[in-house]
Design a protein around this ligand. Structure first.
Ligand code: WAQ
Ligand code: MG
Length: 264
């Protein structure tokens, strides 16, 4: 019998605003080191946190194991052209032009009330562009997903070999991998709130994880995630329960294409 696995979740806040978060799944023996690593990360996030919460939950004995989406990387001359590219990719995935536009401008101006960065993701009707999340400051937090511990070295090795060794890539790839399994998902749009990390992505079930470099201007502290959903038969509760609650591991990489200049 395999050793039990645990979900670890960390979230740090300062002055009521989200600072950083992390999600992992690991065996018990890894928990002391991993939780210390998460606390260090919270402390290194920039502002001094006034709250760091770490939570550990034991998971069911057998977890589903899936393949990660394929990765493409589109190189763009600047972030404005990349936002046009994001519009094109979102529309190709089935998002309406107004819904894509609305999400891009929310992310650009701060999607939480008062123009702050959200703690989680917006949920956006892919047709109308209406926001569906219950709490516009929190959104939905995708959690309880990770690389299968046994496959982790191989998958991280494949990323590093492709020049994608930055830890943000693996984390976002895994997060998008889970998002693309959610019932009713059409596409995801994301860029970081880290002022120095400029890459972002559009993910959809057909074309996988499509990185756009750069997707924002250097120094911009705003970022976030929009999850576009098809409203027909959409059930908000099952969508959020899946993303927040259902544990999922990835044990195989998708194909990783070399970076290419974008051509529409
Ligand atoms: N669930 C939902 N939304 C989240 C989560 C989560 N677990 N974690 C973060 N967010 C939201 C929140 O609004 C953050 O402000 C925003 O996403 C950005 O989070 O291939 O690093 O962790 O080169 O800053 C994408 C490109 C990097 C990676 C994304 O996001 C690549 C990134 P960050
Ligand atoms: Mg961040």
């Amino acid at each position: 019998m395999d050793a039990p696995l645990y979900s670890l979740r960390m979230r740090a806040a300062a002055g009521g605003a989200h600072l950083s978060g992390a999600e992992r799944i690991a065996a018990g023996a890894e928990l002391p080191a991993l939780s210390a690593e998460m606390v260090s990360r919270a402390l290194a996030a920039g502002a001094a946190p006034d709250e760091i919460s770490c939570r550990i939950d034991r998971l069911a004995a057998t977890l589903p194991r899936l393949q990660l989406p394929d990765i493409t990387t589109w190189q763009l001359p600047d972030w404005r052209t990349a936002r046009d590219c994001a519009r094109t990719l979102l529309c190709r995935a089935g998002v309406s032009a107004p819904a894509a536009e609305a999400a891009l401008s929310w992310l650009a101006s701060g999607a939480a009330p008062g123009g702050a960065v959200m703690r989680g993701a917006m949920i956006v009707d892919a047709l109308s562009g209406a926001r569906l999340e219950a709490d516009p400051a929190r959104g939905v937090r995708v959690s309880r997903m990770d690389l299968d511990p046994a496959a982790r070295p191989t998958i991280l090795g494949a990323l590093a070999a492709a020049g994608l060794g930055h830890p943000r890539v693996a984390e976002a790839w895994v997060l998008a991998g889970k998002v693309l399994q959610a019932p009713g998902i059409v596409a995801e749009l994301c860029w970081s709130d880290d002022p120095h990390y400029l890459n972002g992505y559009v993910a959809d079930p057909c074309h996988g994880y499509q990185r756009l470099s750069p997707l924002k201007a250097a120094g911009d502290p705003r970022g976030g995630r929009a999850l576009f959903v098809a409203a027909a038969d959409f059930d908000l509760d099952s969508f959020c329960t899946f993303l927040e609650g259902r544990p999922l591991l990835f044990d195989r990489a998708g194909t990783i294409a070399s970076p290419r200049p974008w051509s529409p």
